[in-house]
Design a protein. Structure first.
Length: 365
């Protein structure tokens, strides 16, 4: 089965949009690509809508109404599959959704590929390894999207294969730089409004960027519980008119934002291999980012992006002003980012996934 998924029945377990998010988008992209290779794919979504819908308002017991149908679907679809591709991350989602899938696959003797994601792995493992380890020992193969996570797993004597996130090269493609507005500088932030993603740092940086580029605008594309707090921060800094909160955008809308963005600002405090950086590179958008988690292994400072060590507004503002002030630096990041993004396109990712599937289906090969 080298480099082919033809007629293979794959059970994909993971979240799918809506709501959109890094892992949900990657699950949907994986399914789309596998089906495009004539694989038979059955999905077991870990975030299926609550039935009846009013159950979603009842915290505590609502998990039971999602978990029981999930377990039933897991057993039914795993027993019909040639292999399982499980999208997983840290926290309660591991215990509630990933671990049951692993044990059902093991009981039914169905090969399972664990695709582990997220920047919290080290913290999660250090606190809960005693309960995580038995499940990890039951998987057929572990894949991770970055060398950062590969090193975390190696600390626990687990071998992994790096299979990077997949870039939709048709949606996130090179834009025409000549069509960018010369009158408006658009700085994009495409992360959810959570503390780990540092949107407050981006807003603080924007107050300083405006001193150099008063015509600039910050477009924050994401949703989350911190919306009111972040809007109040922008008002208190006197820059509310220069900060736009779009709420959650579709992938098509995100791509449209990249097409007009002068800069992607990624202020995250915790991270792994963020899709936003990969997508921005695929569109030729210059990037300024913190060095959180696996980001320095995803992009190289002063080659693909401008990276800052400090998780502070001043450092981000200084870097953004330097990039926005230098057409040469922008051109370098665009060129190198576009070239770097090639490794995330399906033909390259496909070969790695195909090799992993072949190993778990026929280990003797």
């Amino acid at each position: 089965m080298p480099n082919s998924f033809n007629k293979l029945h794959i059970c994909v377990v993971g979240p799918v949009p809506p709501p959109a998010g890094g892992m949900a988008n990657q699950t949907a992209e994986l399914i789309r690509r596998l089906e495009g290779e004539d694989a038979e794919v059955s999905l077991v979504a870990v975030n299926s809508p609550y039935k009846p819908t009013w159950i979603s308002k009842l915290r505590g017991i609502r998990a039971l109404f999602r978990l029981l149908p999930y377990l039933f679907n897991l057993w039914r679809k795993i027993t019909q599959a040639d292999l399982v591709h499980l999208m997983a991350n840290s926290g309660w989602s591991w215990h509630l959704f990933a671990a049951p899938a692993i044990w059902i696959a093991w009981l039914t003797k169905t090969p399972l590929v664990l695709n582990y994601r997220g920047g919290h792995a080290e913290e999660f493992f250090s606190k809960s390894w005693w309960i995580i380890k038995p499940s990890m020992q039951k998987v057929s193969h572990i894949v991770v999207p970055s060398n950062f996570l590969k090193s975390v797993f190696a600390n626990y004597s687990l071998t992994t294969t790096v299979v990077p996130n997949t870039l939709d090269e048709h949606l996130f493609s090179k834009r025409n730089v000549d069509e960018l507005s010369l009158e408006t500088i658009t700085i994009a932030v495409t992360r959810n409004l959570e503390h780990i993603y540092g949107i407050d740092l981006a807003i603080g940086a924007m107050a300083k960027i405006l001193q150099k580029f008063p015509e600039a605008e910050l477009v924050v594309a994401g949703s989350g519980d911190l919306m009111n707090e972040l809007q109040e921060q922008a008002r208190s800094l006197g820059i509310a008119g220069s900060v736009k909160f779009t709420g959650r955008l579709s992938r098509e809308q995100i791509a449209a934002l990249y097409k007009k963005a002068s800069l992607l600002l990624n202020p995250s405090r915790v991270d792994n291999s963020p899709n936003s950086l990969i997508e921005a590179m695929g569109c030729g958008v210059p990037i300024v980012s913190t060095m959180a988690g696996g980001i320095p292994q995803l992009v190289t400072h002063n080659t693909h992006a401008y990276l800052v060590e400090e998780y502070c507004s001043d450092a981000l503002a200084h870097a953004a002003v330097e990039v926005l002030s230098s057409p040469e630096l922008q051109a370098k990041f665009r060129k190198n980012g576009l070239s770097h993004s090639e490794q995330f396109r399906w033909p390259q990712v496909k070969r790695k996934i195909s090799s992993v599937y072949q190993q778990v289906i026929d280990p003797a090969l």
